[in-house]
Design a protein around this ligand. Structure first.
Ligand code: PAF
Length: 280
């Protein structure tokens, strides 16, 4: 496994791989790898000849009051885990080389970036789209793998790829959960033991929503009210949003639409802002 920090060197290696006709898979990450990331990497391993991951805590997707500084980082641990799942190259660039002085260009998927998580993180998806487009330009992957855990991110990036005619196959992989249902996330690291127990309420509320729909409930407001009740029993939990939207357009729904419904939420548990979702 190779670690490449320099953008020009990464591009040279990619050029050589392309010349040999090798297919490249990319898993973009912000590091502090967990089983969720490793599942994406195993998928990438199956889909291409060369598996590249990027590790970059991207400053442009964090707002001024957010957790950029304290976001967990451990490159040595990440290297070992990446090696275990057969990663060929880690692209490990610095903020100075990704955004050198004078940097001015950003990419945005209009409107979708302001919905759901975008309502309280207004610059987040602009930063995500910008860095992912830069990574695609540098690494030129044939296929890129993302988790459905970040459903809005995946839908926005897939839209960007389509709208900008990028030749990247976008693959979404189901959320990987802890045995008690909590979606795996690097931010789970912020939870105290008591908060960690309370954090299971997110998935419990999603399961309750699914159960209600299976029992024939279609009214989104009623479903959201039931979900809120479950979250609000946890003293450290504060709901940022719970929304039921269409999967194709991210439009708020009043009634469940079979095969086109995303139930998404963000909840602060202590200082950790956790997100989760299910698709129906
Ligand atoms: O999902 C993430 O870890 C990040 O948002 C991503 C896609 C690596 C962009 O920084």
């Amino acid at each position: 496994m190779e670690i490449i920090s320099d953008i020009q060197e990464m591009k040279k290696v990619v050029q050589a791989l392309k010349k040999e006709g090798r297919k490249i898979a990319l898993v973009p990450t912000m590091g502090y790898l967990h089983e969720g990331h490793l599942t994406l990497m195993r998928e990438g391993r199956k889909l291409a000849d060369v598996l590249v991951i990027s590790i970059f805590v991207n400053p442009t997707q964090f707002g001024p009051q957010e957790d950029f500084q304290r976001y967990p980082r451990d490159i040595e641990r990440d290297q070992k885990l990446a090696e275990q799942v057969g990663v060929d190259i880690i692209f490990y660039s610095s903020a100075e080389s990704m955004y050198p002085s004078g940097y001015r260009t950003y990419v945005e998927v209009a409107e979708w970036g302001k919905l759901l998580c975008g309502a309280s993180r207004p610059i987040h998806f602009r930063g995500v789209c910008t860095v992912v487009l830069k990574l695609f330009n540098i690494i030129q992957p044939d296929v890129a793998i993302f988790g459905w855990k970040d459903a809005q991110q995946f839908l926005i990036l897939r839209r960007m790829v389509k709208d900008l005619n990028l030749d990247v196959q976008m693959v979404g992989v189901e959320t990987v959960r802890e045995p008690d249902g909590l979606a795996m996330s690097s931010r789970n690291e912020y939870l105290s033991p008591a908060e960690r127990r309370q954090a299971t309420a997110l998935y419990q509320s999603l399961c309750r929503a699914k159960e209600l729909v299976e029992q024939g409930e279609k009214d989104c407001q009623k479903i959201i009210a039931e979900m809120k009740k479950i979250i609000e029993t946890q003293p450290s939990a504060k709901i940022d949003y719970i929304s039921i939207v269409s999967l194709d357009e991210l439009k708020p729904l009043s009634e469940i639409q079979p095969d086109n419904t995303l139930i998404a939420m963000a909840v602060f548990v202590g200082s950790a802002r956790l997100i989760d979702n299910i698709r129906l």
